[in-house]
Design a protein around this ligand. Sequence first.
Ligand code: MG
Length: 373
Amino acid sequence: MGNNVKRLAILGSTGSIGRQTLDVARAFPDRLEVVALAAGNNAALLAEQASEFNPKFVSLTNGDFPSGVARLSIDEIAAHPDVDLVVVATAGKAGLSPTLAAIRAGKNVALANKEVLVMAGQIVMAKATKHGVEIYPVDSEHSAIWQCLVGEDRKSIRQIILTASGGPFRSLSPEELSKVIASDALKHPTWQMGRKVTIDSATLMNKGMEVIEAHWLFDVPVDRIKVLIHPESVIHSMVEYDDGSVKAQLGYPDMRLPIQYALSYPKRWYNEALPCIDFDQLKSFNFDRPDMANFPCLRLSIEAIEKGGTYPAVLSAADEVAVGLFLDGKIGLMDIPRLVEKALGAHRSMDNPTLEQILAADGWAREYIVSVV
Ligand code: MG
């Protein structure tokens, strides 16, 4: 392997983003080497991926792994000297510890797991600065903002316009929303995603968390981040500058594009598998303001980051548990914001929390949601 081959560790390789990262790796065997794969539970798919990509190491959090590949913990994989770039494609809280392990080991991180920044954005970004590493966004909106910022001075940002598809239920009444079941919510109109992020998209919690994510990644105050509904999901986000100029990044809604950019940056690679936009077919773009009354998760997220402390960690943990209960058919869709709001109201936040205090708040919120359902 030559020096210009990037050696990847893919954490969460059996999930939606992980599988699409492997799709990109498959397209560029001379530029990307898959050195390590980590999964939570899906031993069968991990074994299949390992036999195709021949990683040096694998990690499986729960279960037995049949093959002869060396097994390490997910944090050991994230910090391993044979790895150049760590792709964090885990979901929920699981990404925090390996992200910090990668940063401490001086590795750049391609971050798809937004809860890491929602929980502990201040700590993660401060450690990245301290260790001289970059956090490359994989989330499509944040990749768009990142691409719009190339060559610009961040001091001249007037506002970030974060686009949102609005999810599958943007035109439903409150009565209709309260009757939504998991199988309806798992059908997203424009994106193929994992289960948690699909439900978060339906409640707009995903967009709320993305406001927090953008705030930390680009060091922009929350009141300069505007959410705009754009149902076509072709404009992935925009940046408005001091002179009134607006830059936007557009692309066919396919996660492999932002994933690939995080792997190819600062270059762009030709990938014949990536679809292009056909503007003649599109005809028009639509925009709308988000419905804050029907989708309280957006408001709750903004309130949580404005109050700061351990509130965003509670938001994230309460949502993770509530989404799990919804997927299991135990609560309704609109119980998710109700429960998250209840947890935020009952929480006693700590200012400038340490990692331990953040994890304690996370644990408290998980127990609280279970105790009130
Ligand atoms: Mg997104």
